[in-house]
Write a protein that binds this ligand. Structure first.
Ligand code: UD1
Length: 325
């Protein structure tokens, strides 16, 4: 049975992937400092080790002791505006810690590394649908720290043939475990579907739409929303892909089509049955008008087939979880 180290496994995407790994028969050790994650999100038989990525001695000892066959690296900081105000936090938490983690993985001869990257590496794309070969021109420190980490991974793999990787570039991750066991708990989350669910539950006065004058059909931004359970499944496939000896690579994770902020608002109203107040506000800095994946590569290479590509189902699972919180 493969024994996997999951950094950030108490967080939103890491905890859902941990569940998928357990269901695929893996043994999982989660390493998380619980800065934004929650211990309750790590369901047994996964084991939680509370520790900081910056504590490299501890990580080194853990790797030497456990003999992992792969690292899935989720831990990191993800809030774009915060990265603009506090870039050093992002360069330390993301690029620095990832570099140390890779150094330790090589030192401990862990052969496989799966990395959480982001569509933010593309910046303001020239075309709405981006392939993995589209130019990477991040427009904020968050995107740059993730792109730098990608380079560290790729350069390391080139120099160390025993080190293989899959880099997954996530588009807009949303929803919760369809069985209702876990969901997004991140405090002060800024994600549209979560915020809209909070508005539907009366926990926010209104949903603010950031910008209604974009060059899109209804004037609001378009994003490619992917259900967290489909993203978790992609991680399991990525692991299998490397275990089977396939080449390392970079893969977009999205559905290949998008919804506007107004369409998402309507979906959350539909599934919740609540006509919550919506306010039209000015644009938020750094938002590209449209960001949609071309997911051809992951579909062709890993036979990834999304099972939850339904915006109402995504909105409903997010809303049901929010209600439970
Ligand atoms: C999200 C991710 C980012 C990732 C990117 C990739 C988070 C916090 N953000 O960013 O890490 O790189 O996807 O595509 O995980 N909006 C409103 N009102 C709100 C909240 C959002 O109108 O209250 C709008 C935003 O302006 C944007 C859209 O909804 O146009 C989506 O916003 P958000 O959910 O914050 O995600 P992204 O900024 O796309």
């Amino acid at each position: 049975m493969a024994k996997i180290l999951v950094t950030g496994g108490a967080g939103y995407i890491g905890s859902h992937t941990t569940l998928a790994l357990l269901e695929a028969g893996c043994e999982v050790v989660v390493y998380d400092n619980l800065s934004t994650g929650r211990a309750e999100a790590v369901l047994p038989p996964a084991r939680l080790v509370v520790g900081d990525l910056a504590d490299t001695d501890r990580l080194d000892a853990l790797m030497a002791e456990e003999g992992f066959s792969a690292v899935l690296h989720f831990a990191g900081s993800i809030v774009v505006p915060e990265s603009v105000e506090n870039p050093l936090k992002y360069y330390m938490n993301n690029t620095n810690n990832t570099t140390e983690l890779i150094r330790l993985a090589v030192k401990n001869a862990i052969p496989r590394f799966v990395f959480s990257s982001t569509a933010a590496v593309y910046g303001m794309p020239d075309t709405p649908a981006v392939t993995e070969d589209s130019p990477t021109k991040p427009i904020n420190p968050y995107g740059r720290t993730k792109l730098m980490s990608e380079w560290v991974i790729q350069d390391t793999a080139a120099a160390h043939p025993g080190f293989t990787y899959v880099i997954l570039r996530y588009f807009n991750v949303a929803g919760a475990d369809p069985a209702g066991r876990i969901g997004q708990c991140t405090p002060n989350a800024t994600h549209l579907i979560k915020v809209a669910s909070q508005a539907a539950l009366g926990r926010r006065e209104a949903l603010h739409i950031f910008g209604t004058d974009y060059d899109t059909p209804d004037g609001t931004c378009i994003r490619d929303y992917i259900h967290v359970a489909d993203l978790a499944a992609a991680h399991v496939l990525a692991l299998r892909h490397l275990e089977a000896g396939n080449p390392s690579g970079v893969f977009n994770c999205g559905y290949g089509h998008g919804y506007s902020v107004r369409e998402i608002t309507a979906a959350v109203k539909r599934v919740s049955g609540v006509d919550f107040p919506v306010a039209e506000s000015g644009r938020r800095a750094g938002d590209p008008p449209a960001l949609i994946s071309d997911p051809s590569r992951i579909r062709a290479t890993m036979a990834w087939v999304p099972r939850h590509d339904d915006i109402d189902a995504i909105a409903l699972s997010a809303y049901a979880w929010e209600k439970k919180l």
